[in-house]
Design a protein around this ligand. Structure first.
Ligand code: SF4
Length: 352
């Protein structure tokens, strides 16, 4: 995995598709290149094979390119293009890539469509029959029985995406019932400890305090958090929204890292009247040690998930660093973070 951050082209150079009658899995363009299914100029390769089952989703999440009312390309999810390939060919390529240590896991992103649970079960079982690799499934499970079936089929973990940090935002952005998904997440975490994840998106309208408090509650449940920044995608309902300020995202990443390391809790942190994190609850000297290598600013989620260019344009700024930071870069990120905690949020190395 190269550490140098250059521009990555997103055009597929050689996409093979297949007969319409064959089951299809969509593959993120970067993953397809790692799997040898196409050629693509990349500076940072994905360390997980990202696969998508289904096209337009029956749900209407305002930020999502695959939402039922979205005008975005059917090939798009966030900033990434997902061309379709024959399932068997993909499964074999994924298993081979894992054997050859080119990827660490496979991740199925499943849209809501008729028969989507059964389709996910079949896909997991097919891949599991070829490889012992860790497989995760990000899916709108309907019940604990769905979660159980996916784990039994061979998934190592199931991700139940909250996306929004608060019940009100969840309802506003996803038009769905928070209580139902929250109860399912808590129940699944209890029944299947260490095997449940969720996604949170910063920039949907929550405050940093609401995000920190939600991350703490989720961590206390034993659930892994995949942290994203809102990425306005052309054609989605929220195409004209702004992504979160980068420095705000850095404060959220730092809070997340300290929480999951068990060295600070959200209730120890201090917040401004607008909910901004003004103190992470740890002395600056200690923060320099804990955050000094830049790991806090890397992509967070399942082990081995780096999602290059999912949230960001190749030219930056990088919300989630997909690989190890150079010591200079890590120092610059940390200095910018500490300066903003001291009340100076005018400078960030990537925003000037
Ligand atoms: S954290 Fe990464 S690997 Fe895990 S479900 Fe989310 S996108 Fe997939």
């Amino acid at each position: 995995m190269g550490g140098r951050m250059l521009r990555a082209g997103l055009e597929l150079a050689n996409t093979e598709t297949c007969e319409a009658s064959e089951p299809l899995w969509r593959v993120s363009s970067g993953s397809a290149a790692v799997l040898g299914l196409c050629t693509l100029a990349m500076d940072v390769a994905p360390t997980t094979a990202y696969l998508m089952l289904g096209d337009r989703c029956q749900r209407a999440c305002a930020f999502c390119a695959q939402a039922r009312d979205s005008q975005a390309s059917a090939d798009a999810l966030s900033r990434v293009v997902w061309p379709p390939f024959a399932a068997g060919k993909v499964a074999e390529a994924v298993a081979r890539a894992f054997r050859e240590e080119r990827i660490a896991r496979a991740c199925f992103q499943v849209t809501v469509h008729p028969g989507y649970i059964e389709r996910a079960l079949a896909a997991v079982a097919m891949l599991r029959s070829l490889s012992p690799m860790p497989i995760c499934v990000s899916i709108a499970a309907r019940s604990i029985e769905d979660v159980s079936a996916l784990l039994k089929a061979g998934a190592e973990r199931v991700t139940l995406a909250l996306d929004a940090a608060t019940p009100m935002l969840y309802h506003a952005v996803k038009g769905a019932d928070w209580e139902r998904v929250w109860k399912l997440l808590a129940c699944a975490a209890d029944v299947f400890p260490g095997r449940i994840g969720t996604h949170l998106i910063a920039g949907l309208g929550e405050s940093e305090r609401e995000m920190a408090e939600r991350m703490q509650t989720i961590y206390d449940l034993g659930v892994t958090i995949g942290l994203f920044a809102l990425t306005p995608v052309r054609g989605s309902a929220w195409e004209n929204r702004q992504p979160p300020e980068l420095i705000s995202y850095r404060r959220v990443q730092a809070a997340h890292w300290l929480i999951v390391q068990g060295v600070a809790r959200a209730e120890q942190m201090a917040y401004g009247l607008d909910g901004r994190i003004v103190d992470l609850g740890i002395a600056e000297d200690t923060l320099r040690i804990l955050l000094g290598d830049g790991t806090a600013f890397r992509t967070a989620g399942c082990p081995g998930c780096n999602r290059p260019y999912y949230n960001e344009r190749p030219g930056g700024p990088l919300y989630n660093h997909p690989c190890t930071l150079t010591s200079d870069k890590a120092r610059a990120e940390l200095d910018a973070l500490l300066a903003t905690l001291c009340g100076d949020n005018s400078h960030h190395p990537e925003t000037g």
